[in-house]
Ligand binder design. Structure first.
Ligand code: AMP
Ligand code: MG
Length: 345
């Protein structure tokens, strides 16, 4: 298959010809990779069963891992799912944005989209290209991350091209994704909500509008995620893994630097801020940003894991972040990328 590639830049996101072409592909049951504020998504109509099947096949995604359905406005969920008061309270505060809410599904959503579950994951993206495509196509859009299953999610169109060229109809390049990690996924419970996957909308932010916010154990415990019965099927798979071995080191600043410097091998990489780059003697430095902060470290994670492979590095050392606040999402992706291994010097 020939994959069409178009670039939409900055203010020209409403470049109507490209969006019209993409909308036509969606309506005809084809697939288009699109930028969102989290990561690039592989978009197909959520109303056409064969579109979902094409998504699973292009990604090599396990058939029991359901897709997130993207809508342009929170109230569009009414046709697709059974909403409630908590949904609207969360939607009012966090939509459009990086929050996905699991709701009981209506019959209009094919089983292929939800992997046979009786619930559906709903998100309303803020990225203008994603938003426009949903509006113009007139379809709710099923869109998992646009990577081959198991490897780091794409945060730039080049990543999508590497993984999906020849497998899908079109790629829209809208520049680098703002957030770089996938959306927060929550399930509404009788008295609040539970975080099934952490993201840029944190536990603390959710607690401002929702009582009894809890975090699923599988978020921070890979062993739990590996069990058969998990709330969110996607959590049981090894994920986000580059070819290089990811080594998480549970050590404070100086101790981490010493640990990495004791390994004199330039085929090893280390994640660092530009500011602290000079601390490392032999390891190849991969720069997360100017200074250490959750935003830059989250945004650069998948790009740098892919870069480590492009550079042919055998191992990458990453300091284990705290499993809380705005670092919880990063922690969650890192323990999956490393297969749950943590080194304590
Ligand atoms: P991705 O599309 O690759 O960002 O992954 C979507 C995530 O949402 C996976 O972890 C899925 O298991 C989860 N998910 C999607 N639909 C549901 C659902 N109906 N119930 C629980 N988790 C879901
Ligand atoms: Mg994914």
């Amino acid at each position: 298959m020939n994959t069409e590639y178009y670039k939409i830049k900055g203010e020209h996101y409403h470049d109507t010809e490209i969006i019209d072409r993409a909308a036509q592909i969606i309506q005809n049951g084809g697939l288009v990779a699109i930028p969102t504020e989290t990561v690039y998504g592989l978009a197909g109509s959520a109303l056409i069963p064969s579109s979902a099947e094409k998504i699973y096949s292009a990604k090599g995604r396990p058939a029991d891992n359901p897709l997130i359905v993207h809508i342009a406005k929170p109230e569009e969920a009414e046709h697709l799912a059974y909403t409630n008061e908590t949904y609207y309270r969360l939607a009012e505060r966090f939509m459009p944005g990086p929050l996905t809410i699991i709701l009981p599904k209506r019959g209009i959503i094919p089983d292929e989209v939800t992997a046979g579950l009786d619930s559906v994951a709903i998100r309303c993206p803020s990225n203008e290209i994603a938003h426009k495509l949903i509006e113009v196509s007139g379809h709710p859009i099923a869109a998992p991350s646009a990577n081959r299953s198991g490897i780091p999610s794409p945060t730039k169109a080049e990543h999508v091209l590497t993984d999906m060229d020849g497998r899908i109809d079109m790629i829209i390049d809208g520049g680098e994704c703002d957030i770089g990690l996938e959306s927060t996924v929550v399930k509404i419970t009788d008295d609040g909500c539970i975080i099934l996957r952490p993201g840029a909308v944190t536990e603390e932010m959710l607690a401002e509008v929702c009582d009894n916010v809890t975090v699923a154990r599988a978020v921070i415990e890979p062993a739990v995620a590996a069990e058969e019965k998990v709330e969110s099927p996607g959590m049981k798979y090894k994920h986000y893994s580059p070819k290089a071995e990811v080594i998480l080191v549970d050590a404070a600043g100086e101790e981490f630097v010493e640990y990495v410097n004791a390994i004199s091998d330039s085929s090893c990489g280390v994640f660092t801020s530009a500011e602290e780059r000079h601390c490392y003697k032999t390891a190849t430095t991969l720069i997360t940003g100017e200074h250490i902060n959750a935003r830059d470290e989250s945004k650069s994670l998948f790009r740098l894991l892919r870069k480590a492979d492009e550079m042919g590095l055998s191992k990458v050392y990453i300091k284990l972040p705290e499993a809380k606040g705005e670092y919880l999402a990063l922690y969650n992706r890192l323990i999956r990328a490393s297969g749950g291994k943590i080194v304590k010097p």
